[in-house]
Write a protein that binds this ligand. Structure first.
Ligand SMILES: [Zn+2]
Length: 146
């Protein structure tokens, strides 16, 4: 998906910098998370991994998910399927959209929102340091089917 600016080489570099040696099994997991169009739980990532590497251990997958989350390379999607699914962490200027029908994740430019926040800070004198907006709905394909 061209709208997804994820480069798994950067993930490898980040892991290397933090002293992790990336095994082939882990490389498979990195690629699975970096290129999935859908939020994935560790369990689902394990299923996908076993399609190409049947011997992949469950514990390997769970440890890798924890590592990627701790390094901030993936993040949990809150308010979706028990908060157990992960998507790649995006550059700050993007926000996440999830289709509740098919589960596909998409990314939107959040510049207009940032403009709004800045404007509101200006008017109210508040300082806003964080926003966690996540959008849910139906993607164009699912909306058409309905
Ligand atoms: Zn959809």
């Amino acid at each position: 998906m061209p709208s997804k600016p994820i480069n798994s080489d950067n993930w490898r570099a980040a892991l290397g910098k933090n002293g992790f040696r990336v095994t082939t099994a882990q490389q498979t997991l990195i690629d699975i998370f970096a290129h999935s169009e859908y939020p994935l739980s560790a369990e689902q990532a394990w299923d996908v991994a076993r399609q190409s590497r049947p011997k992949t251990g469950r514990a390997t997958v769970y440890r890798m998910v924890e590592k990627l989350e701790n390094l901030g390379l993936i993040r949990r999607v809150h308010g979706y399927q028990g908060c157990s699914h992960f998507v790649p962490t995006l550059p700050e200027q993007m926000m996440l959209f999830i289709c509740m029908e098919c589960g596909r994740a998409d990314y939107l430019d959040r510049q207009p929102l940032d403009d709004l926040i800045e404007q509101s800070e200006h008017i109210s004198g508040r300082q806003i340091t964080e926003s966690r907006l996540q959008l849910f709905g139906a993607c164009a394909d699912c909306k058409q089917d309905a």
